[in-house]
Design a protein around this ligand. Structure first.
Ligand code: MTE
Length: 337
């Protein structure tokens, strides 16, 4: 397996900087640029300002997260100068059907999710199956910030600074066997705290499930996120642990993961199970293959509005083709959408 991130995505500035220094440096850099451009600061750049995390009060992050944050590799990968989406939009325009189907529902309802203590079951084709406490699970891995484009199949997009661990480094710990070909992921099922799972109108068969081919899971761009915008993950964004696969549509980014199974057969996934003609297993961002209801050629970069629609061309593999196209050599992407 080739573990390599192209020059296009990797950040050359590979120092490890404490968060406070990073944030204030960010503020200075953003401030200088903003002064030059006459623009305002990105809302999340200055963590000391009350408006930086507008709408989501920082909770008390788990002790292990605070420790990891001190040694974060900031900006390990960047989105080549594209503006970061304001924190308010990233945390108030969400898809998390366990908490409702409207974009504002997760921010309103996800407070009921209890994220500590949290454990993850790892089973199937692994040398070290078990139920791991989250802090033990991530202990050997270094926290990295990765600024990725997020492209939803509904044709909107954002740019988000995630904090997380390469999934590959986590999977190696549990020693996948030679029979493992796919990874299946599962979200928490807890109707008591997840109103969407109690709804009799829901057409989703809970728990939410996703899957990746093992080589996709081991790809260096694939991340298990535990934070964003320099702090812990808000509940509505999938606390305390979610998947990020930046070259795939957002629905592959399963939230609040409680189980990872290494399996031999391609697993069932939630959206493919509901409408296989609309959502495929691969779900690679592809401007040439439209969804029946949404053209995939273009996207609305949030924030956007009637008078500033902020529409841009969608890039093949969401702009990560140089890093990932080789994974799909010889595969018909119109058939395997
Ligand atoms: N994970 C779970 N468990 N439930 C969901 O409804 N929605 C998916 C994905 N992960 C979803 C989920 C979809 S459709 C998208 S676009 C992204 O989460 C949205 O992530 P965000 O709300 O952090 O932007």
């Amino acid at each position: 397996m080739l573990i390599k991130v192209s020059q296009a995505s990797a950040c050359h500035e590979s120092e490890i900087t404490p968060q406070a220094a990073y944030l204030s440096r960010r503020t200075l850099m953003a401030g200088a640029a903003a002064l030059a451009a006459g623009a305002s600061l990105p809302a999340w750049a200055d963590s000391s300002s009350a408006s930086a995390y507008e709408g989501v009060e920082p909770g008390k992050p788990a002790a292990w997260f605070q420790e990891k944050l001190k040694q974060t590799h900031w900006q390990a990968i960047t989105a080549k100068g594209e503006a970061i989406t304001p924190f308010k939009d990233a945390t108030h325009y969400n898809n998390f059907y366990e908490f409702g189907t409207d974009k504002g529902d997760p921010a309103q309802n996800a407070g009921s999710l209890k994220t500590e203590p949290w454990s993850i079951v790892v089973d199937g084709e692994v040398g070290k199956p078990g139920k791991y406490a989250l802090e033990d699970f991530v202990k050997p891995s270094q926290l990295e910030e990765r600024i990725y484009r997020l492209r939803c199949v509904e044709a909107w997009s954002m740019v988000i600074p995630w904090l997380g661990f390469p999934l590959a480094s986590i999977l190696k710990q549990v020693e996948p066997t030679s029979k493992a070909r796919y990874v299946r992921f599962e979200t928490l099922q807890d109707p008591a705290t997840m109103p969407g799972q109690r709804s009799s109108f829901s057409y989703i068969q809970w728990p939410y499930e996703e899957g990746l081919r093992l080589d996709e899971a081991m790809h260096p761009l694939t991340l298990l996120a535990v934070g964003m915008y320099g702090r812990e993950l808000p509940n509505q964004n999938g606390a305390p642990l979610r998947l990020i696969v930046p070259w795939k549509y957002g629905f592959k980014g399963i939230k609040s993961i409680v189980r990872m199974s290494l399996v031999t057969e391609q697993p069932r996934t939630t959206w493919q199970g509901i409408a296989p003609d609309e959502y495929g297993f691969y779900a690679n961002v592809n401007p040439q293959v439209d969804h029946p209801r949404w053209t995939q050629a273009r996207e609305r970069r949030l924030p956007s509005g009637l008078f500033a629609p902020n529409v841009r061309e969608t890039q093949m593999f969401n702009g990560y083709a140089e890093d990932v196209a080789s994974l799909y050599a010889g595969l018909d992407l119109r058939v395997n959408y």
